[in-house]
Every structure is written in structure tokens, then in C-alpha cells.
Design a protein around this ligand. Structure first.
Ligand SMILES: [Zn+2]
Length: 318
């Protein structure tokens, strides 16, 4: 009986909250969105989350008792066992009893996990890694998020927090990371890191296409320009993209040597470069991975679900 019930999938971000009603074939029957208003206290934000879920239900033309559970993806350090947001920088939350508060408002069981974990689960349930059991995903955005699926389930670790592969060491005494440490993967493989390196190269080579595409204003540099210039053969941009790819490949190789996943997924802004990014990555990982080309190599793919990955993964916490 219970398996016929639909599920809420909720994706909380620093700027917006998305809620959807998801069926057992992972179709989104209805969805709704509301700005987070993260400057407010959590006691004001959580009722908005519940309201957004109700709106998603209405947009699907369904009544309340059609839904039997709610899964929530949330940025930050999450204690999935207690349903608590231990700390979220994006939301300015500390020790927020999210699952408990939402359960009271929605009157269904609630489970929560980190947003990057939910995105990985979404891709495994309905996207680029559908049907696979062991998958490693990196989100290449402002930072580098990681989601690890082991035996079909999110790896939550032994306590609150889960895996933060973006903050594993890549370069000793390297670039300063947002976490306070130096040389993390994130400080070489995030879009922020790519932009920093591209600015440095453009500054040193003002005649490059890399610089021209910024129209003389390096504050216009973004994560697409280095790839755009590299595709046109600009030597400065090619150097930036090759270095970026080498660092990302080293990080992926580390993950492959630990987990031997069936697939590595890349999401976030940089992943939109598609095979221009994944082909050279695959070549490098093949050379670097333990056992080399003779060993099993996971396919490096780009994620498919875009902004819906988190919502679909959250629904699949049940
Ligand atoms: Zn770090």
C-alpha cells in the first residue's frame, strides 16, 4: 500500500527552494519554487519550504494524502541520522532540526541529506548513472561538491558531515582553499579556480584571445571563456585548460583508486563543456590510475538531470 504513495523531493539552495511531487518512475508530476530569503531566521524559512511542497502538490492537481514521504537536499554539513542541519554557510544555519520541523508541518516522514549527495542519488535513480550501484560524482561550480553512492545508497559516513572530496589534498602548500587549508582539489578544480588561473594568464598575456574575450576587463572572466578561447586554438587558453584538466584528472584518479566506481559523473557549470572536457580527462585518468589501461576504468560522463537532480535524489531518500 505504502509503495503506491508519491514522494516530495525538496531541494534547498542559498537562493531558491524547489519542491516537486515525484512518482515511482521518477516522473515529476508537479513542482514549485520560492526564493529562500536566507537572510531570515530558519523558523521563518521552514514554513516556506512546507508551503512550496503544498504548491507543488496543487500544481499536480493532487490532494495531501497522495504523498507519503518527503526527502530534502540541503547545502552544508548534514546529520542524516538525526535530520539536523549541523552547519550551512549558504543558509546561515547552525544546528537546525530541519526534518523534525518539516515533519510537523507536512505530516509525513522526512529524511534529509547533503545537496551534492542528493544530486548523485538523483543521477543514479533517473539520470546519467541509471541502474548503477557505485558512482562517484563531482559538482564543478563555485566550489567542488562530491556525492558518493555505494551499493546504491548515499555514503553518509559514520557521523554528521559525509564525504567532502573537494577538500582532499591535491597540491601540498598549494592555493589557499575556502576551507582554510592549502592545496585542496576545490582550489584547483572549481569554476572559481579556473577563473582565477585564466585571469592570471590573461594578465600575463594581454595579446591572447583569452584577454580579448574579456573586452579588456578581466573582471568579466568566467568559466566559459577559457574553453571558448581554447577551442579556437588560443595558446594561453589551451595552457589554462590543460592545467585545469590535469588537476581535475588527478583528483578523479584519487577517487577511482579509492572507490573503483562504475562511473564518474561531472555536474555543475564546467561540465557543460561535455566531451571537450571528458575526453582528455578520460585519457589522463587512464594513464594515471592504479593498474593503468589494463585495469577497469569507469566511464567519465556528464550529469543529465541538471537542476532537477537534487530534487529527484531527495525524493529517492525514501
Ligand atoms: Zn578545502
Amino acid at each position: 500500500m505504502e509503495t503506491t504513495l508519491l514522494r516530495f523531493g525538496i531541494d534547498i539552495g542559498g537562493t531558491g527552494i524547489k519542491a516537486g511531487v515525484v512518482d515511482h518512475e521518477n516522473h515529476i508530476l508537479g513542482q514549485a519554487y520560492v526564493p529562500t530569503g536566507a537572510q531570515r531566521a530558519w523558523q521563518q524559512v521552514i514554513p516556506d519550504i512546507a508551503k512550496t511542497a503544498q504548491e507543488a502538490l496543487q500544481s499536480a492537481g493532487l490532494c495531501r494524502d497522495a504523498v507519503g514521504s518527503a526527502g530534502v537536499g540541503c547545502p552544508g554539513t548534514i546529520d542524516a541520522k538525526t535530520g539536523t542541519v549541523v552547519y550551512s554557510n549558504n543558509l546561515n544555519w547552525k544546528d537546525v532540526p530541519l526534518a523534525q520541523a518539516l515533519r510537523r508541518l507536512l505530516d509525513v516522514p522526512v529524511r534529509i541529506s547533503n545537496d551534492a549527495n542528493c544530486a548523485a542519488l538523483g543521477e543514479v535513480c533517473a539520470g546519467a548513472a541509471k541502474g548503477l550501484q557505485n558512482v562517484f560524482m563531482l559538482t564543478l561550480g563555485t566550489g567542488v561538491g562530491s556525492g558518493i553512492i555505494l551499493n546504491g545508497k548515499i555514503f553518509e559516513g559514520g557521523g554528521p558531515g559525509g564525504a567532502e572530496f573537494g577538500h582532499t589534498l591535491l597540491v601540498e602548500n598549494g592555493e589557499r582553499c575556502t576551507c582554510g587549508r592549502r592545496g585542496c582539489l576545490e582550489s584547483y578544480a572549481s569554476a572559481t579556480a579556473l577563473i582565477r588561473q585564466a585571469r592570471r594568464a590573461a594578465e600575463a598575456q594581454p595579446d591572447s584571445l583569452l584577454c580579448t574575450l574579456c573586452e579588456g576587463d578581466l573582471s568579466r572572466m568566467n568559466g566559459r571563456i577559457p574553453f571558448q578561447a581554447a577551442r579556437q586554438g588560443d595558446p594561453a587558453a589551451l595552457q589554462v585548460v590543460q592545467t585545469y584538466t590535469a588537476h581535475l584528472a588527478a583528483g578523479i584518479t584519487n577517487a577511482v583508486n579509492i572507490f573503483r566506481p562504475q562511473a564518474v559523473l561531472l555536474s555543475g557549470g564546467i561540465s557543460k563543456e561535455g566531451t571537450y572536457l571528458t575526453d582528455p580527462l578520460t585519457e589522463r585518468v587512464k594513464q594515471e590510475v592504479f593498474g593503468g589501461a589494463a585495469s577497469f576504468l569507469p566511464e567519465i560522463r556528464t550529469a543529465q538531470l541538471g537542476n532537477n537532480a537534487g530534487l529527484l535524489g531527495a525524493a529517492n531518500l525514501f
